[in-house]
Design a protein around this ligand. Structure first.
Ligand SMILES: NC(=O)c1ccc[n+]([C@@H]2O[C@H](COP(=O)([O-])OP(=O)(O)OC[C@H]3O[C@@H](n4cnc5c(N)ncnc54)[C@H](OP(=O)(O)O)[C@@H]3O)[C@@H](O)[C@H]2O)c1
Length: 182
């Protein structure tokens, strides 16, 4: 059965970005390249992706040089639904599908597009929470960085009951896979 997975990195105190959307605390650290939770193995099984508008904006901002030179390519091969109430900055050639939900309808579209592969909820935390609220989230996979931020964008601002499936050391990170208890 394809799974809907919230796969992300978090600070030890449960934030996925600082208040001003900085990820320096994350990108400055090395994760492992293999092991049961490694990214390459994970993404190979993903058939559709979704994210919120601020996550899309972060990727856009960090892939398009301010001096107008050639942007980096969109990083995903899979179709990507971006939840927003606004017009997104365009990314020519990227299969980006703006949507304003609801998550149930988008989940059905993603499942149809994924061809039996898993669905990845990239974030942010509230969007993952919307899938949880709808009973559509199967797993939470977190790569925990050895840092606390004190405040920031929350990992999953909900009460969620989870069952620990697997842990592994991944470079500087602890990676943990949880199943959502329904
Ligand atoms: N640590 C990691 O691995 C990791 C992973 C993912 C993201 N991040 C970072 O974490 C931060 C996440 O930002 P965030 O918490 O603000 O979350 P976000 O989900 O990226 O963006 C939130 C926005 O998404 C839109 N949205 C969410 N649900 C919607 C719905 N049902 N219908 C329509 N629009 C919806 C709204 O945009 P509108 O303003 O258009 O209404 C909302 O303001 C970003 O900086 C991102 O780069 C980190």
């Amino acid at each position: 059965m394809p799974r809907t997975i919230y796969y992300t990195a978090t600070s030890l105190d449960g934030f996925i970005a600082t208040d001003d959307h900085d990820l320096g605390w994350l990108l400055s650290r090395k994760s492992g390249e293999d092991g049961p939770l490694d990214y390459a193995a994970f993404i190979a099984d993903v058939g559709a992706i979704c994210m919120g508008a601020n996550t899309y904006e972060w990727i856009h901002r960090h892939s398009h040089p301010a001096d107008g030179t050639q942007p980096e390519p969109w990083p995903y091969e899979q179709p990507c639904w971006v939840f927003t109430h606004h017009d997104l900055r365009p990314w020519p050639g990227a299969d980006v599908r703006p949507t304003s939900g609801p998550v149930e309808a988008v989940h059905a579209e993603m499942t149809a597009a994924a061809g039996g592969r898993d669905l990845w909820v990239v974030g942010g935390g509230d969007l993952a929470g919307q899938f949880l609220d709808a009973g559509l989230l199967d797993e939470v996979v977190v790569n925990i960085a050895p840092v606390t931020l004190g405040s920031g964008k929350p990992l999953l601002p909900r009460h969620a009951e989870l069952r620990l499936i697997e842990t592994v050391r991944s470079g500087e990170f602890v990676a943990a896979r949880f199943e959502v208890v329904r």
